[in-house]
Design a protein around this ligand. Structure first.
Ligand SMILES: Nc1ncnc2c1ncn2[C@@H]1O[C@H](COP(=O)(O)OP(=O)(O)O)[C@@H](O)[C@H]1O
Ligand SMILES: [Mg+2]
Length: 236
């Protein structure tokens, strides 16, 4: 994992506290998952807000939660991955057909997923909007199977089939309303570059965040460039 990569729930900016709480309840195992017909977590929002990064991290965070061998005293938002999950990853787009998807998920469902503490398989669909309508619709039936946890990401919620939306917990990831959240991320980047956290004034970090319009890809790059200009180091 790269030095700058987010590694726990607290590293991500989730505006809606109710939505974030659902993730906390699942990770702290107060809420079973799948739960009441909902077997998906659907991360949606604008470009570069960390949806794919969180999507790829979630199976391992869930595994760590199910394994239960992390320091229970620290807040769940700070839980770091201790157990790696092996998710089935579907990079959507291209020729990924409904038949291929259903076949793979059904095959996984018929074997004993004892290699996971969660006793389930993790299915990750990055940019699920790129699936055809029929492929999206075919997911409805497999989402009702036991022992499956689905994680979806999309930039375009309006292109997602209602059946998937209905079976998922929605987590919006857009520009944070909290300017301080960007200041903390910016300062932590500066520190990782061997600079003091005040190397860039708070107003400068806030201005970079404002310009990035929610994209952490743009924000983090611009802070790093500013940091390099101030003599900071990036790992080669
Ligand atoms: N919380 C974060 N802190 C710092 N960098 C982040 C954070 N979330 C994402 N990034 C970085 O921003 C970039 C874009 O993230 P990504 O997950 O691909 O966004 P999305 O899928 O929403 O378009 C990646 O390089 C990632 O490492
Ligand atoms: Mg993405």
């Amino acid at each position: 994992m790269s030095l700058f990569a987010p590694s726990c729930l607290d590293d991500f900016l989730i505006n809606n506290s109710t939505e974030r709480e659902v993730l906390e309840l699942i990770l702290s195992r107060q809420l079973p998952f799948p739960f009441n017909g909902k077997s998906g977590i659907l991360l949606h929002g604008t470009y570069g807000t960390g949806k794919s990064t969180l999507g790829f991290l979630l199976p391992s965070l869930l595994e760590t939660a199910y394994a239960g061998n992390y320091p229970q005293t620290s807040p769940i938002g700070q839980m770091q991955v201790v157990e790696d999950a092996i998710p089935e990853i579907f990079r959507c787009g291209g020729g990924l057909s409904s038949t291929a998807i259903v076949k793979q998920i059904t095959m996984c469902n018929s074997r004993n997923p004892f290699h996971h503490y969660g006793q389930t398989d993790y299915f990750l669909f990055d940019e699920v909007d790129k699936l055809t309508v029929s492929a999206q619709q075919s997911l409805k039936s497999v989402m009702d199977l036991k022992r499956c946890q689905f994680i979806f990401t999309t930039n375009y919620l309006d292109r997602i089939d209602d059946g998937i939306i209905n079976r998922s917990f929605l987590i919006e990831m857009n520009q944070s309303a909290d300017a301080n959240a960007y200041v903390s991320i910016g300062q932590s980047i500066l520190q990782k570059m061997s600079l003091v956290s005040t190397a860039l004034p708070v107003a400068a970090i806030t201005a970079i965040a404002h310009k990035a319009k929610g994209s952490l890809r743009t924000f983090a790059s611009d802070v790093m460039i500013a940091g390099v200009k101030l003599g900071g180091r990036l790992p080669q």
